[in-house]
Design a binder for this molecule. Sequence first.
Ligand SMILES: [Zn+2]
Length: 240
Amino acid sequence: MRVLAMGCHPDDLEILCYGTLAKLAKRGDDVIISTIANGSMGDMVIPPKELAKIRHREATAAAKVIGAQEYIGVGIDDLALNPEDDEQIRRVTEVIRYARPDFIICHGADGYLDYHSDHNYAAEMTFTASFNATIPHYETKSPVHPVIAPLYYMHPTGPRPDFYITDYVDITDTLELKLEAFACHKSQFSWLGEHIGDSSLLDDVRDQARVHGKSCRCQYAEAFQRCTQAYRMTANRLLP
Ligand SMILES: [Zn+2]
């Protein structure tokens, strides 16, 4: 199978679904990783353009840790994501067509808002682009994608009782790879400490996996909500 993980900023996927992606890669699936935003605003001091390059390198290194095929940065500046901007939607659509996914893991969930507006815009953009990718007269470089891709929305950071979980993935055997991949994002450890006062990120990521694990009776897990819109469902389980 081919799987596209479409995140917002470099590091979001590592926090929310990399255990699952590592497991998919281990079972022999082609895993393509992409982020819509370039992470340019994620530091107190480093200028945005310079930081975007650093974060691209960090995301590329993280993708290698779990054996993903490729990391593709869509490259839109942080805080500039706009689901109404057709040029941006085409850029996301092109990545989806290039990746040819059987399903997509992304931000979102019906009627749900995450703490960072970029995440919400990324969710909407992925939904729109994954439909547009199937429209023959909506032109981008790569050929039209034949499938309206099933979507799995990642459970966000923190306890969110309003996020309805439909699927868990047992990541007990890939947790260490997930943490190793997340640790590639060295630039973010001081930023998140200074900006949101969180100085124990690796522990937090492990703790969230433990909480999800308790809910589904394994040691560590990641949680998802399956998109139930028309034509997004299949009769098979796609997650590992
Ligand atoms: Zn983010």
